[in-house]
Design a binder for this molecule. Structure first.
Ligand SMILES: NC(=O)c1ccc[n+]([C@@H]2O[C@H](COP(=O)([O-])OP(=O)(O)OC[C@H]3O[C@@H](n4cnc5c(N)ncnc54)[C@H](O)[C@@H]3O)[C@@H](O)[C@H]2O)c1
Ligand SMILES: OC[C@@H](O)C(O)[C@H](O)CO
Length: 301
């Protein structure tokens, strides 16, 4: 071993690791905040699922995202930014939401979640219009059904770049903004039952692995960011009744999914919104670094 390598090794061994700062019981950002004592029973019920502040929703032009956006607004979000690569569809969603919630600020930004520069500029313009970022819900995702043995490296990379790295980059940018604000916040990744078991009968190695990694990422970020009052969790939908599951050749797969689901059907996008609102509201204040599976029991067999 050369002298330099010996020195490098010694400096590695002696290097001080940066340590995570954990939250303490005194941190007001992570304090319990039960409902004020003078609230009536209906007010307490409302307080439990009250959503406060502004949310970014990535993949904001998608089906599950639209349902999520509506739910956050129904529960009190003051503003939303729908980020997506597909500006026309995102704009359609914004129009729909504006019609239902004319008093809220709802905007769209063209963002490819793989692109750090686009994310940084969208954070800036989102803050300029909405005033703050308090929640980030990552729905941007892609799925492919290629046998692993035939998969081009490009498909593997694209799936992970969008589903995993894209979620990380958006979470990092949003968390930096939340840290500057000093207000805490909440991040929700959309994982999947594919994160927990291997989808069948469709071959989806890249998709499954990208979603499993999100579970681990949520835990790691929850550990690192709790001191800033930022909670990070995942939602894992099962097979939902969305366009993603109606691609060519998926009829047989759908029959197979339903036959292995104790409830015998796919999920309605609305059925994901209760758990999402829970994570983003007062109800979720002590839920951190974990995953909520919403699959009708698809994995019991
Ligand atoms: N539908 C289901 O059954 C199901 C089940 C489990 C998990 N999920 C996950 O939920 C999320 C939403 O699913 P959906 O059914 O609403 O799908 P969808 O196709 O309707 O929505 C996905 C959205 O992501 C956007 N997108 C794709 N690549 C992007 C990129 N690079 N940058 C920004 N936006 C990008 C698309 O334009 C689209 O609007 C996905 O992450 C999906 O993996 C869906
Ligand atoms: O695991 C279920 C979903 O993640 C997804 O809807 C499916 O795998 C897409 O084909």
């Amino acid at each position: 071993m050369s002298e330099n390598k010996e020195e490098d090794r010694a400096s590695l061994v002696n290097r001080q690791l940066p340590e995570m700062t954990l939250s303490t019981a005194e941190n007001p950002l992570t304090a319990p905040r039960p409902p004020p004592a003078d609230l009536s029973a209906p007010q307490r019920a409302q307080y439990r699922f009250q959503v406060k502040g502004n949310a970014i929703i990535t993949g904001g032009a998608g089906t599950l995202a639209l349902e999520a956006a509506q739910a956050l607004l129904e529960h009190g979000a003051s503003g939303l930014a729908l980020w997506d690569m597909n500006p026309d569809q995102a704009f359609e969603s914004v129009k729909l939401l504006h019609a239902k919630f004319p008093d809220r600020r709802i905007i769209t930004e063209v963002v490819d979640v793989r692109d750090e520069a686009q994310i940084a500029s969208a954070i800036e313009s989102t803050v300029k219009v909405l005033g703050s970022i308090d929640m980030l819900c990552c729905f941007a995702g892609v799925v492919g059904c290629t046998h692993a043995i035939d998969m081009a490296a490009a498909e593997w990379r694209r799936t992970h770049d969008i589903n995993l790295t894209g979620s990380f980059l958006c979470a990092q940018a949003a968390a930096r903004q939340m840290r500057v604000q000093g207000t805490g916040g909440c991040v929700v990744f959309t994982a999947s039952i594919s994160a927990h078991h291997t989808n069948y009968p469709q071959p989806q190695a890249a998709y499954n692995s990208s979603k499993t990694a999100l579970l681990s990422l949520a835990k790691s970020l929850a550990a690192e960011w709790s001191s800033y009052g930022i909670r990070v969790n995942c939602l894992s939908p099962g097979y939902m009744d969305t366009i993603l599951n109606f691609g060519p050749g998926l009829q047989r797969a759908r029959d197979s999914w339903n036959s292995r689901n104790p409830m015998g059907r796919m999920g309605h996008p609305w059925e994901l919104t209760g758990p999402l609102v829970t994570l983003c509201s007062n109800a979720g204040r002590y839920i951190n670094g974990t995953d909520i599976i919403v699959d009708g029991g698809a994995m019991v067999f």
